[in-house]
Design a protein around this ligand. Structure first.
Ligand SMILES: Nc1ncnc2c1ncn2[C@@H]1O[C@H](COP(=O)(O)OP(=O)(O)OP(=O)(O)O)[C@@H](O)[C@H]1O
Ligand SMILES: [Mg+2]
Length: 504
């Protein structure tokens, strides 16, 4: 593999009134990982798209392997060895894994697509990523994490000399993310130039050689060696002169009657006799590795999954909902982290999405709410969640990825739910926004709502929850609270399915 450096100089890009990039320089060196960091909306994905040929800059120049380049498409960039894994998943659910990997560039034998040749090339890449699914599996049947691996596999197939990864681990559970970091490490050793975008700063500290931080489309940290920076330095650079989030209030032990009772929940292959209770005012976490049942519990409570055995009792004393629609009517909100799957209306204005749940005939504004009321409510939530946009009339698809995730959160908050189920809700949001969302989650608990949160991030659960239920192979294997709720204990229980004994 020949070694290629890639340089961007003086890149500018505006979208209408928004300046996304305001004269940014960026260099990728062979055999080096350069992290590109910044808050939601800072301009990271815009720079990624320009480097990948998906978007033309208004000004500035690109130099690849010593010569100037202008790409009219990602395909042109790919032909020159520049591969990208974009933040939005670009997979086609109705096609199988193999077809997705070779989309629009299938090897052919005469007029026919040569599936044998495709499989031969794909197999080692899929094996390296440990995607253990037959290549003919429909992408619709894959989990979000597996879809993300398909995206990554597609980029690796061409053995690129420049690899651009825009939040590649945001949908991956911890062990998968670590595995991917190992792969990135090997690619670096082979001389690949890697651009790495992530909000997970611990990950960045492990993998990056250099760090660039953008704020409002400008460079505030320029290609500094990672060893010269601490996480705190990076956060300060990202956030700028804004006050730090308040320290975490001490945990008060919550007592009182259980308001949400889950008894013996059983769904064949997913949950096995899970019994769990949640009191008002308490934040209860559900932890586990992918597929261990922690997010399925939330799906059961919200009526998305049928029980083979067991029952759900709501605070009203009534049984749990059987559909998502009745769940909304019962005051239950399921806030998903997976915005692509649950679907924002990306072509609709922001206010329309924010008021989608609350404005329906089930919502708190009655059957025919006035638009004015909805836009006002949306404006309030935009400010509260610091969603970066100039107006609530902005088309939702134009927001940055993390800001779209905040819209999902806002949409459910607007409905003023009594039981709040959060399924990995902060995936893809930046550190400051995550702190904002945590603050709001604490306020919900303080207002005596019932809060159940699942997360793939153990640190998030330790920091936020009063109590964490740990799942392993569909069973509840441990409950940690108080002094026992620590990151090592949580990781241990998640990995082994056993609570840790007293430290000796
Ligand atoms: N197609 C578009 N039309 C209008 N505005 C856009 C478009 N794409 C990006 N923007 C705006 O440009 C700014 C930078 O967005 P970008 O997607 O680059 O942010 P980001 O740093 O990747 O954020 P995140 O961490 O949330 O992914 C944002 O204000 C965004 O709303
Ligand atoms: Mg982005």
């Amino acid at each position: 593999m020949y070694r290629t450096g890639y340089q961007a100089q003086g890149i500018r890009k505006r979208f209408g009134g928004v300046t996304a990039l305001d004269g940014v320089d960026f260099t990728l060196e062979p055999g080096s990982v350069h992290a590109l960091l910044g808050e939601n909306g800072a301009g990271k994905s815009t720079l990624v798209k320009i480097l990948a040929g998906a978007l033309a800059p208004d000004a500035g120049k690109l130099t690849l392997a010593g010569g100037p380049v202008e790409f009219a498409s990602t395909r042109q960039a790919a032909a020159r060895g520049v591969a990208v894994v974009s933040q939005e998943l670009n997979v086609f659910p109705d096609l199988d894994v193999l077809a997705n990997l070779f989309l629009a560039r299938e090897p052919r034998r005469g007029p026919l697509v040569n599936r044998t040749a495709m499989a031969r090339r794909a197999t080692p890449v899929l094996a390296e990523l440990e995607l253990r699914r037959p290549p003919r599996t429909l992408v619709a049947d894959l989990t979000l994490a597996e879809r993300q691996l398909v995206e990554i596999a597609r980029a690796l197939l061409d053995e690129p000399s420049v690899l651009i990864l825009d939040e590649p681990t945001s949908a991956l559970p911890v062990d998968r993310a670590e595995h991917l970091l190992g792969i990135v490490d090997r690619l670096r050793a082979r001389g690949v130039a890697v651009l790495y975008v992530s909000h997970l700063l611990a990950e960045v500290m492990l993998i990056a050689d250099r760090v660039t931080v953008l704020r409002d489309g400008r460079t505030v940290v320029a290609a500094r060696p990672r060893t010269e920076l601490s996480i705190k330095d990076i956060v300060t650079a990202m956030v700028g002169p804004r006050e730090a989030p308040p320290p975490r209030p001490a945990r008060a032990t919550k007592t009182g009657a259980a308001a949400l009772v889950l008894a013996d929940l059983t769904v064949p292959g997913l949950l096995d006799g899970v019994t769990l209770q949640a009191r008002r005012g308490e934040i209860v976490g559900c932890a586990g590795k992918a597929g261990s049942g922690h997010s399925q519990v939330l799906e059961v409570v919200s009526g998305l999954r049928r029980l083979a055995r067991g029952r759900v009792r709501l605070p009203s004393g009534r049984p749990g909902p059987r559909t998502l629609r009745t769940a909304v009517r019962s005051g239950i909100a399921l806030v998903p982290g997976d915005r692509a799957r649950i679907g924002l209306m990306l072509d609709k204005p922001l206010w329309d999405n924010v008021s989608q749940v609350s404005s329906g005939s089930l919502g708190r504004y009655g059957p025919f709410p006035r638009r004015r009321r909805l836009t006002d409510a949306a404006r309030e939530l935009v400010a509260r969640l610091r969603i970066r946009t100039d107006s609530v009339d902005t088309t939702t698809g134009r927001l940055s990825g993390g800001n779209q995730q905040k819209v999902v959160f806002a949409k459910w908050l607007a409905a003023d739910p009594d039981v709040v189920l959060l399924d990995d809700p902060t995936r893809g949001v930046d550190v400051a926004a995550k702190a904002d969302m945590h603050e709001i989650i604490r306020e919900l608990a303080a207002a005596d709502r019932i809060v159940l949160i699942s997360s793939t991030d153990p640190d998030e659960l330790v920091e936020l929850c009063d109590r964490v239920a740990v799942f392993h192979r569909g069973r509840l294997c441990a409950e940690l609270s108080g002094a026992e709720l620590t990151q090592p204990r949580l990781l241990h229980a998640m990995a082994t399915g056993e609570a840790m004994g007293e430290p000796t």
